[in-house]
Design a protein around this ligand. Structure first.
Ligand code: BGC
Length: 362
């Protein structure tokens, strides 16, 4: 785990100098040298907390640090593909200098990515790989996210239900390429070791859909026969847990998650959720901002990224791939608190006081 964090720091260690060079460079995105560079930031939805609560402020801050006169034009597609297509069109019409895109649906946005490339506007795919001729990509190893979730689930179930372990899988939205990676990684660990009683794909990553699906799984399998829940992210974990509680499942089976949402961290402290996957927001936003500013100045991205990726319908491009971290109650302090994502005060609300002191969160 620590090695993972160290890896992140090392990966990004090369970036600041390269950006400084890019920022002093020819200003390729601003040929007249007059107007301030403009960067479009297109986020997918307001359902999952991270995009507006973590990624947006961190990206904006880092872009400002790297480029004091850069202007960020933000828009949120609220999970609607047509709205995001319009937002892309509008950024292209305005002639922004670079676009940071978290695609609602990778395939449906490919035409707009092509239009941007034709207009010489570099598109940085942020967290989710977009289809088409993007210029760069920053994300985490998605299969490793799934493996961390799968391993944690096996560990949590080991003592409970000798050999008769049955789980329910709450996977993400199939139009998000990350969802397939998470599922593949998780199955590489879980297949053959547990029985998968029910598996669902969750359109638009909606917690209320996971809630409905978990109620269905409980009726189909029986409340006593679910020994673990693979939830691909914290929103799906929340929806699943509320269905388990509504059906009086006690004790709750271990439930996985992802995103280190504050509510999930509190559920972990309170014993309702077993784990989450923390994908350090700071390094991801920093790499995304660095790529965007570099591209907006017309400089090459291979100077700021050491990995590569080949998107569907595009050629190989520079990428920064970061390492995810598994978080259970025992390492909240060494990860999320240490990195300044949350203070102990934010996590330890009065109702969690005794759970917090048991967990050493004081
Ligand atoms: C991201 C996750 C997020 C999910 C739902 C995925 O592409 O990697 O962090 O929970 O989308 O928004």
């Amino acid at each position: 785990m620590r090695a993972g964090i160290r890896h992140v720091v090392l990966t990004l260690g090369v970036i600041p100098m390269a950006v400084a060079l890019a920022a002093c460079g020819s200003g390729g995105g601003d040929p007249d040298g007059q107007s301030a560079p403009r960067i479009g930031l297109l986020l997918p939805d307001a359902t999952t907390a991270r995009w507006e609560a973590q990624d947006r402020p961190l990206l904006e801050k880092k872009i400002r640090q790297l480029c004091a006169d850069c202007v960020v034009e933000h828009a949120n597609a609220k999970n609607d593909v047509a709205i995001q297509q319009e937002q892309m069109d509008s950024m292209i019409t305005k002639g922004v200098d670079a676009i940071v895109l978290v695609a609602v649906d990778a395939r449906s946005l490919a035409n707009e990515v092509r239009d941007a490339a034709q207009a010489d506007i570099p598109v940085i795919a942020y967290d989710r790989l977009a289809e088409g001729p993007i210029s760069g990509f920053v994300s985490f190893d998605g299969q490793e996210v799934g493996r961390l979730q799968g391993r944690a689930l096996l560990r949590a179930m080991r003592d409970d239900s000798a050999g008769k372990r049955q789980i329910v899988m709450m996977n993400g939205d199939p139009s998000d390429p990350n969802a397939a990676q998470f599922k593949k990684g998780a199955l590489s660990v879980l297949a053959g070791r547990v029985k998968i009683g029910k598996a669902y794909d969750t359109l638009q990553w909606r917690p209320e859909t996971a809630n409905m699906n978990m109620s269905g799984a409980l009726s189909a399998l029986g409340v006593a026969n679910i020994h673990g829940v693979y939830a691909a992210n914290d929103g799906l974990a929340a929806g699943s847990i509320s269905a388990l509680k509504a059906n009086k499942v006690d004790p709750l089976p271990p439930v996985t998650g992802q995103d280190a949402e504050l509510g999930a961290v509190q559920r972990i402290v309170g014993g309702e959720q077993y784990m989450t996957v923390y994908k350090p927001f700071g390094p991801e936003a920093s790499a995304g901002a660095t790529m965007a500013v570099t591209a907006a100045h017309g400089a090459a991205l291979d100077r700021v990224a050491k990995d590569t990726v080949r998107p569907t319908g595009g050629k190989q491009v520079p990428a920064v791939m970061l390492t995810p971290v598994s978080v259970t109650v025992g390492n909240i302090k060494d990860t999320l608190v240490k990195d300044g994502v949350y203070t102990v005060g934010q996590i330890c609300v009065p109702r969690l006081a005794s759970a917090c002191s048991k967990a050493g969160l004081t």
